[in-house]
Design a protein around this ligand. Structure first.
Ligand code: ADP
Ligand code: MG
Length: 478
């Protein structure tokens, strides 16, 4: 199967070739012809499988015909985070350069003036996060009645972030005669419901379960007490041929502390988490992409779906609470056919989480053994095995559940969970494993439409006055 078989225009095929893509990924091969035939579509494929181009490419050809109208975008792409929205915009810029298309990017943390101006002049593509779009709609700056193509991207992430009511409301503002595409890594029941309500006779394409991890990724787990995690991590960073790495932590405070510690030890690292504002996150991501730093310490919300090429290693400094996140995290490596390595450190506190990961992926993650000679100082509790000859039985043993080492300032909350004042009582409580859908439910109870402020804070307009990164500019694509 080649791109030429998918029905795309010659102009587009040239750009795809220039991008260095030789053949479509499975989701692209199946989705592109259906999108070009104007069918509704549900595309389910794990992170890193090329879903963006699966809708961006055919959209460019579809939008190549027709005319722009003031205030009425012709198509709308909804993304859960600003970073993902910016990435889709970059894709439009790259693949749309042979077409006369205009786009606007509507995301928090960037001043709205230019974006509103572009909209008032007419755009072919509007890429937006739901919260910001609702804001603008309520201010009467935009009409969605001319929007004949809707993409709901990363639908499961939208669910996690409590965006489903916003999406329902947005859908109801679009013409009923439209084409709707929904992409997701998983299809939890609320997303099935959303699809049933807003898609008509969709073609369903499922190329790989989210629970299926990529065969190009060599996975390992290492049992280690919490207080030794940093030693083991540094050891691996020095000895495992790490060229670029993303290190995931469950809590924002851990992200910050770990990054500081790595920098103190001379590593070129930076951090990205949900408490940082948009420009700061993009700046850090850019430094990582540019190779200024080769280690990025990240939280799940900040990193989900980010397209960072050629990451040699993923480290789970903590085992993720949600097993789906394991698949998403390690999906940062082993992309586009390259091989990658993923290490998961698990302490007694992570024991249940790692069991859940192995249940989801239906496989045991192989135990990694650290060789004697250059082994870090592990202390007497060191559960990482000494020497490769240890019996498999001993290697599989669980770490002794001994100490509750959750630090006071690391009250168990992921980026998804809104900050609440820590009462002394809460601090003493054992780590609570947040349920995947806790936050949306809490938010619904509060009747708070702008849940994203908690989940992924979008600073108010004008909160940032620095330069806008090039790819965030409203741009003519031709
Ligand atoms: P997803 O949305 O499924 O998580 P992306 O659309 O972000 O995945 O794509 C993941 C990576 O794969 C990107 O770096 C993208 O440039 C690359 N990619 C996409 N399509 C192809 C292709 N046909 N051949 C090679 N690489 C591709
Ligand atoms: Mg994507």
């Amino acid at each position: 199967m080649s791109f030429a078989d998918l029905g795309l225009s010659d102009e587009l095929l040239q750009v795809v070739e220039a991008a260095g893509y030789t053949e479509p990924t499975p989701i692209q091969a199946q989705a592109v012809p259906s999108v070009l035939m104007m069918r509704d579509l549900i595309g389910i494929a794990q992170t890193g499988t090329g879903k963006t181009a699966a809708f961006v490419l055919p959209m460019i050809d579809i939008l190549g015909h027709g005319r722009r109208r003031a205030l009425m975008p012709r198509s709308l792409i909804l993304e859960p985070t600003r970073e993902l929205a910016a990435q889709v915009a970059e894709n439009f810029e790259k693949y749309g350069k042979n077409h006369d298309l205009k786009m606007a990017l509507l995301i928090g943390g960037v001043q709205m003036g230019d974006q509103v101006k572009a909209l008032s002049e007419g755009v072919d593509v509007l890429i937006a996060t739901p919260g910001r779009l609702m804001d603008l709609f309520e201010r009467g700056k935009i009409l969605l009645t001319g929007c004949e193509l809707l993409v709901i991207d990363e639908a499961d992430r939208m669910l996690d972030m409590g965006f489903i009511p916003d999406i329902e409301s947005i859908c109801s503002k679009l013409p009923t005669q439209r084409q709707t595409l929904l992409f997701s890594a998983t299809m939890p029941p609320p997303i099935e419901k959303l699809a049933a309500k807003f898609l008509s006779n969709p073609k369903k394409i499922e190329v790989a379960r989210a629970a299926t991890t990529n065969v190009n990724i060599a996975q390992h787990k290492i049992a280690v007490p919490s207080r030794k995690k940093r030693d083991v991590l540094r050891h691996l960073l020095k000895t495992d041929n790490v060229s670029t790495a993303i290190i995931f932590c469950n809590r924002k405070t851990t992200v910050r502390d770990l990054n500081k510690s790595l920098q103190r030890h001379g590593f070129a690292s930076s951090e990205i988490h949900g408490d940082m504002d948009q420009p700061a996150r993009l700046a850090e991501l850019q430094r990582f992409k540019d190779g200024v730093v080769n280690i990025l310490v990240a939280s799940d919300v900040a990193a989900r779906g980010l397209d960072v090429k050629g990451v040699s290693h993923v480290f789970n400094f903590d085992t993720p609470w949600h097993p789906d996140d394991y698949v998403h995290r390690i999906g940062r490596t082993g992309r586009g056919g390259a091989s990658g390595r993923a290490f998961t450190l698990y302490s007694p506190e992570d024991a249940e989480a790692i069991e859940n990961v192995e249940k989801l992926t239906k496989s045991k993650i192989p135990v990694f053994t650290i060789d004697g000679s250059d082994e870090p100082e592990m202390g007497e509790e060191a559960p990482a095995r000494r020497g490769r000859s240890a019996s498999p039985k001993a290697e599989e043993r669980k770490p002794a559940a001994k100490r509750g080492t959750t630090r006071k300032d690391e009250a168990p909350r992921g980026d998804d969970v809104p900050r609440k004042a820590d009462t002394p009582r809460q601090r003493e409580e054992a780590p609570r494993r947040p349920s995947r859908h806790d936050e949306p439910r809490q938010a619904e109870r509060r009747g708070d439409r702008r849940r994203d402020r908690h989940a992924d804070p979008e600073p108010a307009d004008g909160g940032w006055n620095g330069p806008v990164p090039q790819f965030l500019h409203i741009s003519a694509l031709s």
